[in-house]
Write a protein that binds this ligand. Structure first.
Ligand SMILES: Cc1cc2nc3c(=O)[nH]c(=O)nc-3n(C[C@H](O)[C@H](O)[C@H](O)COP(=O)(O)OP(=O)(O)OC[C@H]3O[C@@H](n4cnc5c(N)ncnc54)[C@H](O)[C@@H]3O)c2cc1C
Length: 512
C-alpha cells in the first residue's frame, strides 16, 4: 500500500519526522542505503566488543523543556531516552602551549576566566562575551516560526543579530580586537564546525557556543538508544524502516514527485516505491541532480548552489587497564592546538595535508555515562577528530591504498605524540584497538557527497538569507536534512519536528 509519507534516508531529521508522523496515525516508510539507521548518527561495532558512534559526540538543547525534550515527550520517550550533563564548570577544555581555559556555562564566569588570562584586555573580552549573548538572544527571536510580538519586544537583540548576517567569527574577533591567544581559546571547538574562524559564520558559532553553555549532554544509553527509539516508534505504529535500500532515482511526473527507484543492496534488484508525499533526507543537491536540476525553480536552483562543508579524519580507539580520569579526563571534551593561529592551523592541515602541528578534538564517551554497553569494563573509548581534505584522500585511496593507509596512520601518530607529551605518557601502550576514518569513509558509510561533515559549509553565505529550507518548488516533495535545516543532533531533531509541524499543523515546538 502507498504510505502517506515515503522518506528517503534515515538520518536524525528523517527519523524524527517519521516518528512524529507515525505517532499521529500516518503511514510511514523509510528507505535507507546503509545497513544501520541514523546516517551520521549510526552506531557500529568492531571486533564484536567495541561499539562506536560514527560522528556524534556531544549535544545541546536536551534539558527540560528544550527542543529535544519536547520531541521526546511527544513521542513518550522522555523516560527511556535520558541524558547526562557535561560538567557545567568546564564542558570544553581548551589547551594550547602556554594556555588553558575550561569553558564554563555561565557567561560571567567565562569573562572572569578570560580576564584572569588576559588582564590588559578584560574590557574587550567582556564586551565580546556580552555581544555574543545579545546576538544569541536575537537569533532565537529570528528562528522560524517568527513571532511578530517577540520581534517588537526585543528590537535591540534583533538589531544586534541582524548586523552580523555576513560576518565570520574572525570579523567579530577583529571588531573587538581580542588578543590572538584569546581568539584561539574561544574558537578551539572549531572541529564542531570543521571551519576556522576566518571562514566560519558568526551565527553558527554563537548558536553552538551558547547551546553548549546552556547544557552540553551525552545520552545515558549512548546514541544508539536514541536512534533505535525513533525506529521503534515508527515500527510499532506499523511503519517500516527498510535498510540496505539505495535510492537510484526519483519518479517525477510533470512537477510532482510520486516515488523513487531503489536498489536492494543485498539482492541487487531494483524496485519502485511510491508515497502520497516524498520526504528527502539525502543531500538536497545530490537529490536534485538525480531529479534533474532544470525541474526546479530558478530560486531553488540558486539555493541548491551551496558548497559542501569540509570533511574530516576520525580515529576510534580503545585503551585497556588505564583510567583516563587519573590523567585529567572526565565529563568534558579536550580541544588541543599546537599552532596558536587556528586559521593557519586549518590551512596547514586542510590545504597542505601537513599534520605535524595538529589541532584536534578528543572525546571520551565511556567517561560520560555509567552505561557500559560500548566496551568491556576494563576498557575505555577515546575518539579523535580533525579536518581532512576529500579530494586528497580520494586520490590517495584510488591510486595507492598503502599510501592512503599510511597517511591515516601518520595523522593518528602525530595526534598521539601530542597526547603522550601533554596528557597520557604511555597512551600507545594501553591502546588495544583502533580504527581510522577518512573523508572517503564518510562517503561510503554516511553516503554524504564529498565526505562532507555538516552538509552545506557553515559560512556566512550558506547561513544567510539564501539558505535552503524544506521547500523544493516541486509538488508533494520536501527536503528534511542538515542542509535544509541546521546540522547537529538538536538542530536536525528541530528540523524534522518543524517539518512535521508545518505539514500536520500540530504545534509541538514551544519557545525555549
Ligand atoms: C565528524 C562529525 C562530528 C559530528 N559531531 C557532532 C556532535 O558532536 N554533536 C552534534 O550535535 N552533531 C554532530 N555532527 C553533526 C550531525 O551528526 C549531523 O548534522 C546530523 O546527524 C545529520 O542528520 P541528517 O538528518 O541531516 O541526516 P544524515 O545523517 O545526513 O543522513 C542521511 C541519510 O541518508 C542516507 N542516504 C544518502 N543517500 C542515499 C541514497 N541514495 N539512498 C538511500 N539512502 C541514502 C544516508 O545513508 C544517511 O543515513 C557531527 C558530524 C560529523 C561529520
Amino acid at each position: 500500500m502507498k504510505p502517506d509519507y515515503l522518506i528517503v534516508g534515515s538520518g536524525l531529521s528523517a527519523l524524527v519526522f517519521g516518528a512524529l508522523m507515525a505517532n499521529s496515525g500516518k503511514s510511514v516508510q523509510i528507505l535507507e542505503a546503509h545497513e544501520h539507521p541514523g546516517g551520521f548518527g549510526h552506531t557500529f561495532t568492531m571486533a564484536k566488543k567495541y561499539t562506536f558512534n560514527a560522528q556524534l559526540h556531544y549535544v545541546w538543547d536536551c534539558g527540560e523543556g528544550k527542543t529535544v525534550n519536547q520531541v521526546l515527550k511527544r513521542l513518550g520517550l522522555d523516560r527511556d531516552v535520558t541524558f547526562e550533563r557535561y560538567d557545567p564548570d568546564g564542558f570544553d577544555h581548551m589547551r594550547m602551549p602556554g594556555y588553558a581555559l575550561d569553558i564554563p556555562s555561565q557567561p560571567e564566569e567565562l569573562i572572569r576566566r578570560l580576564s584572569a588570562l588576559f588582564p590588559a584586555n578584560s574590557d574587550r573580552l567582556r564586551q565580546f562575551v556580552n555581544e555574543v549573548e545579545k546576538t544569541g538572544a536575537g537569533l532565537q527571536i529570528l528562528a522560524p516560526p517568527i513571532k511578530l510580538t517577540e520581534l517588537l519586544k526585543h528590537p535591540n537583540e534583533v538589531f544586534c543579530a541582524v548586523q552580523y548576517l555576513n560576518s565570520t567569527l574572525q570579523d567579530v574577533f577583529d571588531k573587538f580586537q581580542l588578543p590572538q591567544a584569546a581568539q584561539t581559546l574561544l574558537a578551539l571547538q572549531w572541529p564542531d564546525f570543521l571551519l576556522p574562524p576566518n571562514q566560519l559564520s558568526f551565527y553558527a558559532w554563537v548558536l553552538l557556543f551558547r547551546g553548549y553553555q546552556a547544557g552540553a549532554f551525552y545520552p545515558t544509553q549512548h546514541f544508539e538508544r536514541v536512534i533505535n527509539s525513533f525506529v521503534k516508534v515508527i515500527e510499532s505504529q506499523g511503519g517500516q524502516v527498510l535498510l540496505n535500500h539505495e535510492i537510484t532515482n526519483f519518479i517525477v511526473t510533470d512537477k510532482t514527485v510520486t516515488g523513487v527507484e531503489a536498489m536492494d543492496l543485498t539482492t541487487h534488484q531494483t524496485h519502485e516505491f511510491t508515497g502520497e508525499t516524498v520526504i528527502c533526507n539525502i543531500d538536497p543537491k545530490k537529490a536534485a541532480k538525480m531529479i534533474g536540476e532544470e525541474k526546479f525553480s530558478p530560486k531553488l536552483r540558486r539555493k541548491l548552489n551551496y558548497e559542501y562543508s569540509p570533511s574530516n579524519f576520525m580515529a576510534y580507539c580503545v585503551v585497556k587497564d588505564i583510567d583516563l580520569r587519573n590523567y585529567g579526563f572526565g565529563k568534558w571534551n579536550l580541544f588541543h592546538t599546537e599552532h596558536e593561529d587556528l586559521n593557519e592551523a586549518f590551512t596547514q592541515m586542510y590545504e597542505h595535508h601537513d599534520f605535524s602541528n595538529p589541532s584536534f578534538a578528543m572525546t571520551t564517551p565511556t567517561l560520560l555515562t555509567e552505561a557500559s554497553r560500548d566496551c568491556p569494563e576494563d576498557c575505555q573509548i577515546v575518539e579523535f577528530l580533525t579536518v581532512a581534505n576529500y579530494d586528497y584522500f580520494k586520490q590517495l585511496r584510488e591510486t595507492n591504498r598503502k599510501t592512503y593507509n599510511l597517511k591515516k596512520q601518520e595523522i593518528l601518530d602525530s595526534i598521539l605524540d601530542v597526547v603522550e607529551k601533554h596528557y597520557v605518557p604511555n597512551f600507545r601502550k594501553h591502546m588495544v584497538f583502533h580504527i581510522t576514518g577518512s573523508p572517503t569513509t564518510n562517503e561510503r558509510f554516511c553516503w554524504c557527497p564529498q565526505g562532507n561533515s555538516y552538509g552545506s559549509s557553515l559560512t556566512p553565505r550558506n547561513m544567510g538569507l539564501g539558505r535552503l529550507n524544506h521547500e523544493t518548488s516541486l509538488n508533494n516533495f520536501y527536503f528534511c536534512n542538515a542542509s535544509s535545516g541546521y546540522p547537529g543532533f538538536a538542530p536536525t531533531i528541530w528540523t524534522g519536528a518543524l517539518l512535521y509541524q508545518r505539514l500536520s499543523g500540530d504545534v509541538i515546538l514551544g519557545n525555549n
